[in-house]
Write a protein that binds this ligand. Structure first.
Ligand code: 13P
Ligand code: ZN
Length: 270
């Protein structure tokens, strides 16, 4: 079957990364049923032939107006589609959308009319915010990492940077590779514009990874692999914490002095 990815190696490479990450999400147990979603701003890989492609869906409303996204293109996981299926066939379990000139609606242009994720308002609002800031980040990931979600069931860990400090202190790599820590967003209805707005406020507060209380995380980075890596290191720390608790003790964590030394040597913020 013909695909928009045919003879477009740079675009195909981006979508291959999405498929690879989708497989990891399933293997980790973070992607039950249709759980989680991915969007990637692929505008830089779009050529004139793609710009001329007709819509294969009717015009759909985003639910909000996002001025930075005029004429942008995104790969989006399909709503109700499984990550484990997307890993095998990304263009049958997701689609490419074009944002229309009103900045409030979109059409699907390829390969099939797969409706984008129900979390589209959050994803696109965050991409709009990133472009407005001049950020090089092009990918966003929402997933349900078991141990991080479990942490968010305790009010103590929902307080600002309590979980961040705990997770950073479990193993040096976590602060090195997730230097902005874990932002916290109180429970809100999945897919709502309110959740999208709260996610942007948290990212603007200087986080790359944000916890949606009792639901999952939302992460942004330059590409989807890097967004996944940030969630992976945070969840690894949560697993170390739980392993220590299961051995019957509260882990010491790295000392303040050790954390400070790490930040100084690696030039890390906070
Ligand atoms: P979608 O199948 O619509 O992407 O929803 C999955 C999800 O995790 C919602 O929060
Ligand atoms: Zn979810």
């Amino acid at each position: 079957m013909k695909s928009i990815l045919d003879n477009r190696p740079s675009l195909a490479a981006e979508i291959e990364k999405v498929a690879e990450v989708a497989g990891y999400l399933w293997q980790k147990g973070w992607a039950e049923r249709n759980g989680g979603n991915i969007t990637v701003n692929i505008t830089e890989h779009i050529d004139d032939d793609i710009r001329a492609l007709p819509a294969i869906s009717e015009v759909k409303s985003i639910g909000t107006t996002l001025p930075q996204l005029k004429g942008c293109y995104f790969y989006c996981k399909g709503t109700q589609k499984r990550m484990r299926d997307l890993a095998r066939d990304p263009m049958a379990n997701g689609s490419i959308i074009r944002i229309l000139d009103d900045c409030a609606s979109y059409v699907i242009i390829a390969d099939q009319a797969v409706m984008p994720t129900s979390e589209l308002p959050s994803h696109l609002s965050v991409h709009n915010y990133l472009l407005a800031k001049g950020s090089p980040y092009r990918a966003s990931l929402h997933t349900h990492p078991i141990e991080l979600v479990a942490l968010s069931h305790n009010k103590k860990f929902m307080e600002k940077d309590v979980a961040t400090r705990l997770l950073w202190s479990m193993i040096p790599e976590t602060k090195a590779f997730c230097p902005r820590g874990l932002g916290m967003v109180p429970y809100m209805l999945p897919g709502s514009v309110e959740l999208a707005d709260a996610t942007i406020r948290a990212i603007d507060d200087d986080y790359d990874v944000v916890m949606w209380e009792k639901h999952g995380v939302f992460a942004v980075d330059t590409d989807i692999m890097s967004a996944f890596d940030q969630v992976d290191v945070l969840n690894k720390s949560a697993l170390i914490y739980i392993a220590a608790r299961n051995m019957g003790f509260e882990p010491d964590g790295m000392s303040q002095a050790q954390m400070q030394e790490l930040s100084d040597v690696f030039g890390l913020p906070k």
